[in-house]
Design a binder for this molecule. Structure first.
Ligand SMILES: Nc1nc2c(ncn2[C@@H]2O[C@H](COP(=O)(O)OP(=O)(O)OP(=O)(O)O)[C@@H](O)[C@H]2O)c(=O)[nH]1
Ligand SMILES: [Mg+2]
Length: 527
């Protein structure tokens, strides 16, 4: 399949407070457009987006997930991110590579800390965004109340674009104020507006139209002269206003009632900017000069690695956004950050844990590359004769670190190997935290009943410093435990070991939660 043209792509990060319903809606949307055959649910651990055992156990998102699908000729890459501040790194990474954002707000909770954090971050990046008031079927959900809160907090540029029909369990559809249509799912028929809604809809529509015309001189004059404005004119003006951050539309949905999908898809396609509109990304040449790369399929290749995971089946998997040119499978590329050539074999588009192989990925699109050797998160990939370096993601500093305690010598070996794998492979916050923990060894997390971590690693190396370094190099190269016992490191072993480490890090995080007096640490009670 030829690569998708950049103007037919939407890269949209989904952000918001923890538990506001992000993953459920993305999952439902995938099912509604036919991208998945089975509707996965966060609560019964069947979501294809929350697949890590820890995510399934706690019913929360820990790792970002990509959800790629095509709707009416537009390739939509949704990036579902964790809402919990403990996993803020993935939210940052998602925001970094997205061209627009959907900020989720729970209809019964209103603005929460996570909403504020996401808004501030998007504001600083000047990312075009929409609000989505979700979970509208809940008993104490109140669309008008939350809309009022949003306008009060973020100003009158926040305007309704979709409004719900019916309340709580009677919620039946949303009205798209611009289209003037009653919409439910993408496959449900579009209905005309019910007469009894006319007054309410009229008021909301006036608010919307006034906000749109205020951003466009010509439309404003004609509106004040009492002239009729066409749908196309209003749509184009709203698109430009959203792109420039002058208007922030508010949408409405309920994943449990399957309401709001069609209107949401319209908004993503029509209101949010494409990579082509986002324009050139500025990077640096090896000599430090600024260079720009156009989001064009014919440009020299440049791409950025924004996440690395250890997939249980394929091993190391690098999530990549292509900024310019076209990335081909079975080719060589250059990691400008590590200054090493890399071999690209297969390339995938991701839909949660589902992988769709592809031969080409064009500028503006997002994909995953398995088994890159030296490349880590934040790397710029390009052609060797046209080197460019993009800025690294500005990850938040961790608010606490955790220590991993090996219970036995065998565990200690695995841990050391993991520390190296972490260096070379999986840049998850947990691995990072674990690695830092090995270095830092904060005293308050040490268990007096167990061997202290790091005793055999750094303070009293078993083989002396030089021997130890040599041994670690051999392990890193997958060449076994030492010169006498050459042993290959199976490809999936890294993933399995990383999983062990992540599990331990999470348990340690839980202990910290309990230590802070939060019963159960992280996670949500079963609904
Ligand atoms: N009543 C109701 N509950 C919902 C709806 N959408 C999600 N939920 C529930 O809200 C809880 C959180 O949903 P998630 O989709 O995991 O929320 P999230 O924002 O992805 O959470 P994090 O990724 O952990 O920040 C789950 O128990 C869902 O079943 C909805 O439309 N209506
Ligand atoms: Mg989630």
């Amino acid at each position: 399949m030829p690569p998708v043209q950049p103007d037919k792509i939407r890269n949209v990060v989904v952000v918001g407070h923890g538990g506001s319903g992000k993953t459920s809606l993305v999952e439902s949307l995938l099912h509604a457009v036919g991208a998945t055959t089975r509707l996965g649910k966060v609560d019964d651990a069947t979501s294809i987006l929350d697949t890590d055992p820890e995510e399934q156990k706690r019913h929360i998102t820990i790792n970002m997930a990509l959800a790629a699908f095509t709707h009416e000729g537009v390739k939509i890459n949704l990036i579902d991110t964790p809402g919990y501040a403990d996993f803020a790194a993935d939210q940052r990474a998602g925001m970094r590579i997205a061209d627009a954002a959907i900020v989720f707000v729970d209809a019964s909770a209103g603005i929460q800390v996570g909403t504020q954090i996401a808004w501030n971050e998007l504001e600083a990046r000047r990312t075009p965004r929409v609000f989505l008031i979700g979970r509208l079927d809940r008993e104490n959900a109140d669309f008008d109340e939350v809309l009022g809160q949003l306008r009060e907090t973020y100003g009158i540029r926040v305007v309704p674009l979709h409004v719900p029909v019916g309340e709580h369990q009677q919620l039946s559809a949303t009205i798209d104020l611009l289209h003037g249509q009653l919409l439910k799912g993408p496959k449900d028929p579009v209905a005309e507006l019910p007469k009894e809604e006319a007054d309410r809809v009229g008021q909301y529509r006036q608010q919307l139209v006034e906000s749109i015309v205020e951003t466009n001189e010509d439309l404003l004059t004609r509106y004040l002269d009492g002239k009729e404005l066409s749908y196309d004119e209003l749509r184009d003006a709203l698109h430009a206003a959203v792109r420039d951050g002058q208007v922030v539309p508010v949408l409405a949905s309920s994943a449990h009632r399957h309401v709001g999908y069609a209107a949401l898809l319209n908004a993503i396609r029509e209101m949010l900017p494409s990579p082509a509109e986002a324009g050139s990304l500025i990077g640096k040449s090896p000599s430090g000069d600024e260079i720009a790369r156009k989001p064009d399929l014919g440009e020299k290749l440049s791409a950025f690695v924004f996440k690395t995971i250890a997939d249980p089946f394929v091993g190391k998997l690098s999530y990549v956004r292509v900024y310019s040119g076209t990335l081909h499978s079975n080719t060589s590329i250059y990691d400008a950050t590590k200054k090493e050539a890399e071999r690209v074999g297969q390339i995938f588009f991701l839909r949660g844990k589902e992988q769709e192989p592809t031969n080409e990925v064009g500028a503006g699109d997002v994909c995953a590359i398995p088994k890159l050797t030296a490349t880590t998160t934040n790397a710029t990939l390009c052609e060797k004769d046209a080197v460019i370096l993009y800025d690294a993601i500005d990850f938040p500093a961790p608010s606490f670190s955790v220590a991993i305690e090996p219970a036995s010598k065998a565990d200690l070996d695995k841990l050391m190997r993991n520390a190296l794998l972490g260096e070379r492979q999986a840049d998850t916050p947990h691995i990072g935290a674990a690695r830092r923990a090995i270095d830092d060894r904060p005293p308050h997390f040490r268990s007096p009943s167990r061997p202290r971590i790091g005793r055999n690693m750094s303070t009293r190396p078993r083989f002396g410093q030089a021997g130890q370094r040599r041994r670690l190099q051999l392990l890193a190269a997958g060449q076994g435990r030492g010169r006498r016992q050459p042993r290959h490191l199976p490809q999936n072993k890294g993933a399995a070991l990383a999983d062990i480490l992540i599990g331990r890090a999470c348990r340690a995080v839980e202990r910290v939660g309990q230590h802070r007096g939060e019963p159960g640490g992280l996670g949500r009670a079963q609904p």
